[in-house]
Design a protein around this ligand. Structure first.
Ligand SMILES: Nc1ncnc2c1ncn2[C@@H]1O[C@H](COP(=O)(O)OP(=O)(O)OP(=O)(O)O)[C@@H](O)[C@H]1O
Ligand SMILES: [Mg+2]
Length: 327
């Protein structure tokens, strides 16, 4: 694994964003800068770290890790369901098929956990046994595996709004997704999740829960879009210490960006007003986690792309556009 000093030196080179007018008009998500090129999307994953629905700061190599990890998972799950990935002309860039995104976030949970009042565990601990329109058995303890993974959809909020929790039945009743397509999505989501859990296990990690997005291609096919099983879209626990910590009544050791939220909460920030900027030590730790997750899950060594990333990305995308034009 790349040493701490290399990460520290990369702090002020972290990728805030790109400005590539030759690709047309840019749109910005919290983490990705996006250009549309004919029927394709150019998704540039930056080093921006978001939590509490805000950008806290930059984490060196995070964009590359997310982009390459998502590409790994798209390959590993292609036999279950098709996806939007066309090419990765740069370590931070995915060229994807532009789809009509379905207005639901498909959240799959393998464990009963969470701390907030809307979380599964909180409601269960208050004695509720029907939660999110689903029945749960007695006798579960916090952070236990669920009898089988469940799907808890939310609406996908448009600008500024918050995602609303809905039941599977409501997805169809509200007309967000046609019944047959929703059925297909649920099956695919559970199968992709099972694949993810199996691969994570071999890597010594537990895939706890995750969020998928699906889109519809111009030909009407349902495909997996956005990102899959990254530390931004998923929670991971360390498998090795899970049982002993659970037996001792301790929280599992997390291996995602939960420690950032915990750090902010411990320093008095819980999502109201402007967050303090991400401290450099925390950015370094976050980079180590993201890279560690990539290396464990893929079994590959992380090879940092040439810096400054913005210049490299521009070079690679100019070459890619030229290639497309000349065929
Ligand atoms: N193949 C695709 N076709 C259409 N849209 C896509 C595709 N893949 C990803 N997207 C969309 O592109 C965006 C990715 O950017 P990013 O991850 O930065 O956004 P976000 O912060 O998660 O969401 P937001 O849109 O709320 O800013 C998401 O809105 C996602 O739904
Ligand atoms: Mg996103």
């Amino acid at each position: 694994m790349i040493d701490q000093q290399t990460i520290e030196q990369a702090l002020d080179q972290a990728l805030d964003g790109v400005d590539l007018p030759f690709l047309g008009e840019r749109t910005r998500g919290k983490v990705r800068d996006i250009y549309r090129h004919d029927d394709q999307l150019i998704l540039i994953t930056t080093d921006r770290l978001s939590a509490f629905d805000r950008i806290l700061g930059l984490v060196p190599f995070k964009g590359q890790v997310l982009n390459q990890l998502a590409a790994f998972w798209f390959e590993e799950t292609r036999d279950i369901i098709g996806n939007h990935l066309i090419a990765t002309p740069d370590p931070n860039v995915t060229v994807a098929q532009a789809c009509e995104p379905l207005p639901v976030e498909v959240i799959v949970r393998g464990y009963i956990s969470g701390v907030t009042k809307t979380a599964l565990w909180y409601q269960y601990s208050q004695g509720k046994r029907t939660i999110y329109g689903m029945d749960f058995p007695d006798g579960l303890s916090k952070n236990d595996p669920l009898p089988e993974p469940i799907i808890t959809p939310t609406t996908k909020a448009t600008d500024g709004g918050h995602d609303e929790r809905i039941t599977s039945a409501q997805v169809v009743e509200m007309g967000l997704v046609e019944p047959a397509r929703w059925e297909q999505i649920c099956q695919a989501a559970l199968a992709v999740f099972a694949r993810g859990q199996a691969i994570a296990r071999q890597a010594g990690l537990i895939l706890v829960d995750t969020k998928y997005e699906f889109g519809v291609t111009p030909a009407g096919e349902t495909v997996l879009i956005d990102e899959v099983h990254t530390p931004d879209s998923s929670r991971f626990w360390i498998a090795e210490t899970y049982e002993s910590r659970r037996a001792a009544g301790q929280e599992p050791e997390n291996f995602d960006k939960e420690f950032i939220r915990l750090y902010y909460a411990a320093h008095g920030y819980r999502g109201d007003g402007d967050p303090f900027p991400l401290p450099p030590e925390l950015a370094v730790q976050a980079a180590q986690r993201y890279i560690g997750a990539y290396e464990r899950l893929t079994g590959r060594e992380f090879q940092p792309g040439e810096t400054p990333a913005a210049e490299r990305i521009e070079r690679n995308l100019r070459a890619w556009v030229d290639d497309k034009v000349t065929g």
